[in-house]
Design a protein around this ligand. Structure first.
Ligand code: NIG
Ligand code: FE
Length: 414
């Protein structure tokens, strides 16, 4: 593997200290942003210094260097889109109503059934390429559009196949309780979930279980049960909670040992202190909030209370047909009032923590995997120039896997 010397960067985003597993409260704003050179070797960050012997010299003058984005909440792979539902939403039809009339998750489940593996993977490949050009170097995949035992297992196999096809690394979550499959009651389906756990574990690629708690989906009791299944299997528990209405799910999730609670648009203020004190991330999904005209999670209050705040895209064909972390960061900054350092920390090291990868990536530290982005300006432009990718080049494991044409001239091979 070649050595890389990244030279002359105007800003290099570094954690306040080495070895921090995540950044809470003031730690986000305490990230350093000084000029620095970097040497990459054997896939890792070798030194905070130039390397005269490196085979690839990168002129980073005027650039910011930040860790690759870790998108810890996406619903890839999925089949097709649901643009007609967005038109309905624009006219004020609520998500729950669209869902009850056969749209929503059930519509994407039908599309998944109707598309061949290769078609689903081709769509996901294209999305992964878009994600890379927007700086995502690690992302999570979820099942959840299978809506049958075989369908869920197929989705998990497709997610694993995707991992070997794309330059990024991926992590798989089994979202086994997403919508109640036709012909089942919610309780009955949870029985099926319980029965299929040996198969899910045997698949070997799953690191977390997930559940959607909502009036149109599953209940807090089902969340408790999913927590038991996760604990027994040694998997992390994640959950979609407090999205369209409040069900008081966060205390239940915390008691069940959840690694993350995701959405939180309807989180009551009284739940903030316990969440902030817990070893559980608050994954905020501003794209879904903005496009769905949902309520707004108390992002600023969560940061100030010291919660482990994370930003992700929620990329899916329903609530968030957006794969760009810069867009999620831009909307998150605006909707919650986050600074550039806060938003980028929430989208990198904190996302890595949710996926259990914080020891290995998510921040610029010697010894960590060299998953890095070269931005074409300062980090505050990520949110400010909303809708545009500032990524000039992306490195995964020390290899330049994406170079924008206007950045080619900065790459000097020796
Ligand atoms: O995270 N809330 C549940 N799941 C997804 C939406 C899935 C869909 O509409 O296809 C979400 O928003
Ligand atoms: Fe989601």
């Amino acid at each position: 593997m070649i050595g890389v010397s990244i030279e002359g960067a105007a800003q290099v985003l570094r954690p306040p200290a080495d070895g921090m597993p995540h950044l809470r409260g003031d730690e986000l704003e305490a990230q350093r942003l000084d000029p620095c050179d970097l040497a990459l070797r054997d896939g890792a960050i070798a030194a905070l210094d130039a390397d005269g012997g490196a085979e690839l010299r990168v002129d980073a003058s005027g650039c910011a260097v930040i860790p690759g984005f870790v998108d810890c909440h996406t619903h890839l792979p999925f089949a097709g889109w649901r643009a007609a539902e967005y038109e309905q939403k624009l006219r004020g039809v609520p998500y729950e109503e669209i869902s009850r009339s056969g749209g929503g998750i059930a519509a994407s489940a039908r599309a998944l059934r109707e598309h061949a593996d290769e078609e689903v993977l081709a769509q996901a490949d294209a999305l992964a390429a878009e994600m890379l050009a927007s700086g995502t170097t690690t992302f999570e995949c979820k099942s959840g559009y299978g809506l049958s035992r075989d369908g869920e297992m197929r989705a998990l196999v497709l997610a694993r196949e995707l991992e070997v096809r794309v330059p990024q690394s991926t992590v798989s979550t089994a979202l086994l309780a997403h919508a109640v499959p036709e012909g089942h009651s919610a309780d009955g389906w949870m029985g099926v979930v319980q029965e299929m756990m040996p198969e899910v574990i045997a698949a070997g690629s799953v690191t977390a279980l997930d559940i959607f708690v909502e009036s149109i989906a599953f209940s807090n009791e089902h969340l408790e049960l999913m927590g038991e299944l996760a604990r027994a299997a040694g998997l992390a528990l994640r959950c979609h909670v407090e999205q369209f209405s409040s069900h008081g799910s966060v205390p239940v999730a915390l008691a069940a040992g959840a690694r993350s609670v995701d959405h939180l648009s309807m989180l009551p203020a009284s739940d903030i202190p316990a969440l902030a004190a817990a070893r559980c991330a608050a994954v905020l999904l501003p794209v879904a909030e903005f496009l769905g005209d949902e309520h707004r999670a108390p992002g600023r209050a969560l940061v100030e209370a010291g919660a482990l705040v994370v930003l992700a895209t929620d990329a899916n064909p329903g609530t968030a047909p957006v794969v760009s972390m810069p867009v999620a960061i831009g909307l998150g900054a605006r909707l919650y009032g986050l600074s550039a350092r806060e938003a980028v920390g929430a989208a990198t090291i904190n996302g890595a923590w949710v996926l259990g990868l914080e020891h290995d990536r998510g921040s610029i530290e010697v010894g960590k995997r060299a998953d890095l982005l070269l931005l074409d300006g300062p980090i505050d432009a990520i949110a400010y120039r909303l809708g545009r990718s500032p990524v000039g080049a992306a490195f995964v494991g020390g290899r330049p896997v994406y170079v924008r044409p206007d950045f080619e001239h900065r790459m000097e091979r020796r």
